[in-house]
Design a protein around this ligand. Structure first.
Ligand SMILES: [Zn+2]
Ligand SMILES: [Zn+2]
Length: 186
């Protein structure tokens, strides 16, 4: 097992190790947020059909083992370099990732991002890395929909834009706020 990076945290995650298998509750290590990322202590996460798709085997053999979860909400625990829109202690909800620079993103349609599939279904950062490793040191698919929120804390990319779209990966929310699109608007 290689040495943990400085600032990594050990937490518990639901890890999918085989197609259609039960989630394995394991101790994992989540790395510190990189530049432009936030580490979010997950308080709640939805489970929906998209996660079942991730369990289905349709994403190929190299997808597993993986941490799923793509509807997380929680509290910012740490921020990476260059993040100024949120600070530790802020309550946030997480959504899918998008590049922010393609024609669709610039036009306010991040759901149509040219990189949507790679950023969300691939479960990896654009450089191919994940955010978490298992107890044996093996890197996990851990950026499912930019977050992999079936973990104590998870890393997500933060992009603060003056926009009314809901495409930002992390947005501020008041404790108890209803998580609808109007409340998500800046
Ligand atoms: Zn969903
Ligand atoms: Zn895009």
């Amino acid at each position: 097992m290689s040495e943990a990076p400085a600032g990594a945290v050990t937490t518990t995650a639901a890890v999918l190790r085989a197609t259609d298998a039960a989630y394995s509750i394991e101790s994992v290590e989540v790395g510190p947020p990189r530049a432009g990322e936030v580490l979010v202590r997950v308080v709640g996460a939805g489970l929906c059909a998209t996660d079942h798709f991730g369990r289905s085997g349709l994403l190929g053999d190299t997808f597993l083992p993986a941490i799923l979860g793509h509807e997380g909400a929680g509290v910012v625990a740490a921020v990476g370099d260059g993040v100024t829109g949120v600070a530790p202690g802020d309550h946030v909800v997480l959504t899918f990732d998008s590049c922010g620079t393609c024609e669709a993103c610039v036009g306010g349609l991040p759901t149509c991002c040219a990189a949507f599939e790679a950023l969300n279904l691939g479960g990896r950062r654009p450089d191919g890395s994940g955010s978490a490793r298992d107890a044996a040191g093996a890197e996990l698919t851990s950026r499912w929909f930019g977050q992999s929120s079936f973990a104590g804390p998870c890393n997500a990319r933060f992009r603060c834009r003056t926009t009314t779209s809901i495409g930002r990966l992390a947005v501020r929310a008041r404790a108890g706020a209803r998580l609808d699109s109007r409340k998500w608007s800046a």
